[in-house]
Design a protein around this ligand. Sequence first.
Ligand code: SF4
Length: 230
Amino acid sequence: MTIETDMTREEEWYKEKLAQRCLAAMKRNNIPGYYAPNRQQALSQILDLIPPDVTIGAGDSVTLSQVGIIEELEKRGCHQIFDPFRKAGEDCMPASFRELVETGKKALFTDVFLTGLNAITLDGKIVNTDRTGNRASGLVFGPKKVIAVAGINKIVANLEEALARIRQIAAPMNAHRHHIKHDMDATPCAVTGICVDCHHPRRICCYTVIVEYQITPRIELVIVGEELGI
Ligand code: SF4
């Protein structure tokens, strides 16, 4: 009898096809990439891309935490790592905005910058939004190499859908994660889940970068066949 309650095989097949379509479009825009079916294989793929002794920078990323890449790089013991959201082997909030800026600036002068992404499009664009610009900056300029990691849930059809995803899903969830969890003065979306295009001092979506093409293949993309990040 055919079992029709378990769609694991079909889901895995579809995710890979979707990721390959996205990667083919990225390749046309000179953005090389890889597909890893799960976070364990992504971790191994990313580690293979990072030679020993290079300096590492990172921005705030749930995806990177879920993959566990910074932790593994720390275990190697040969990298100097600049990540404003990590201290003494633990994920954490920076002690102050000044500390975030200081470590964030050092992260921009590293050999390899690691970042999660808010959206990647089926026509080959990468879209990232952040509050301070540290993640957005590292993606487009500064570090010699960028490894950008995205769960399958970050794939959208085009730029319009990418920007909608950021305002409707990523920014409200990220604001909730930061403001509510850490008992801060919250943006409207952190409470209601709805963007009102606020002017709040903690506005989380201030800078957006769109990578449409790269002259040299500085950014390498890893798409993971799991829902990761927000
Ligand atoms: S503009 Fe304000 S309300 Fe809208 S997503 Fe950004 S932080 Fe939230």
